[in-house]
Design a protein around this ligand. Structure first.
Ligand code: NAD
Length: 297
């Protein structure tokens, strides 16, 4: 029954580190990530309200007693939504979950005089729990007033990683923009070449199946989100263009059948990876063993 499942959820809930907090408002709380955080806060005993896209005519009413506001709307709308939050209680904590950090953090600091923190959960909505997941955070204003929140994430099982917004966005140029873009292009290429996927899979070694999975999973997700992430900063596009240029240079090597140049470049990269090359070999062997175990279960 409803009552039983409700009470068992409460039993499996989490310790509440800030029971005095006034209601939490999640802007975009009906979305994928917003829903996940709604649930986590509720399981920890916080009162949670949602401000959805249709609710702005009631915004003052929803926001007037907020103890914390969390912005979780599509990236391309984030800064304009933040700009509408100029009327929060002075002591309200303003936070966001956006995958890019500089623009939103700046916008939050400009619109709100009280405490501010930028958050980037390094996971999607499909995770079973926060155990071993990373939450990146960027200090905004009055860090002493949101230590409870960072500790609450740790109670949920997450690991915290503090970084400046600028360094975060530089890292994400490689970790998100370039990687998602190369997956996207590989997917475009596969679709154009149109091989029989089933046959590809039956011919594949586990490492190629993993690669197919890494590419294929992108296309089970939200085109808007990934388009926004890839195109969120000029530095992303500049990085992707440098990659494209190096791709072209490497192809010249092939056209010239220049195996010496290939070996020389290979050696340089191997030297750059240094001890990490062996480390990654061992790590990928471990991952493949796990993947292999789970597909034969
Ligand atoms: P989503 O599209 O599932 O959810 C966004 C929600 O915002 C929707 O419910 C939408 O109706 C609502 N919305 C749109 N305009 C609004 C407005 N003007 N006012 C209030 N609500 C509005 O997107 P998502 O995947 O949950 O992403 C939300 C944020 O989380 C983004 O900033 C994204 O970068 C970040 N994020 C997402 C993931 C992920 O894997 N999904 C991972 C890390 C971070």
């Amino acid at each position: 029954t409803m009552r039983e499942s409700y009470s068992s959820e409460n039993d499996s809930g989490f310790k509440c580190l800030n029971p005095q907090l006034r209601p939490i408002v999640i802007v975009g709380g009906h979305g994928q990530l917003g829903k996940l955080f709604c649930r986590l806060f509720e399981l920890s005993g916080y009162q949670v309200k949602t401000l959805g896209s249709q609710d702005w005519d009631r915004a003052d009413e929803i926001l007037h007693d907020a103890g914390m506001v969390v912005v979780s709307v599509p990236i391309h709308l984030t800064e304009s939504v933040i700009a509408k939050l100029g009327n929060l209680p002075e002591d309200c904590l303003l936070a966001d979950l956006t995958s890019v950090k500089s623009g939103p953090l700046q916008a939050m600091l400009e619109v709100h005089k009280g405490p501010v923190v930028g958050l980037h959960p390094m996971f999607g909505p499909d995770i079973p729990s926060l155990a071993k997941q990373v939450v990146v955070y960027c200090d905004g204003r009055n860090p002493e007033s949101y230590q409870w929140l960072l500790e609450q994430f740790q109670i949920w099982g997450a690991t915290l990683n503090r970084i400046s917004a600028i360094e975060h966005d530089q890292g994400m140029t490689l970790i998100q923009a370039l990687r998602h873009f190369t997956s996207f292009v590989y997917g475009v290429h596969l679709a154009e070449e149109d091989p029989k996927l089933e046959q590809l899979m039956s011919l594949s070694s586990p490492i190629y199946r993993l690669e197919l999975a890494m590419v294929g999973r992108l296309f089970a997700q939200d085109a808007q989100l990934y388009g926004d992430i890839i195109m969120s900063a000029p530095q992303n596009i500049a990085m992707i263009k440098r990659f494209h240029q190096r791709f072209g240079e490497a192809i010249e090597m092939l056209d010239a059948q220049d195996k010496d140049a290939f070996k020389q470049a290979f050696g340089q990269v191997s030297g750059w990876f240094g001890d990490y090359a062996e480390h990654f070999l061992a790590e990928s062997q471990g991952l493949l063993r796990q993947a292999n175990d789970s597909t034969h279960r």
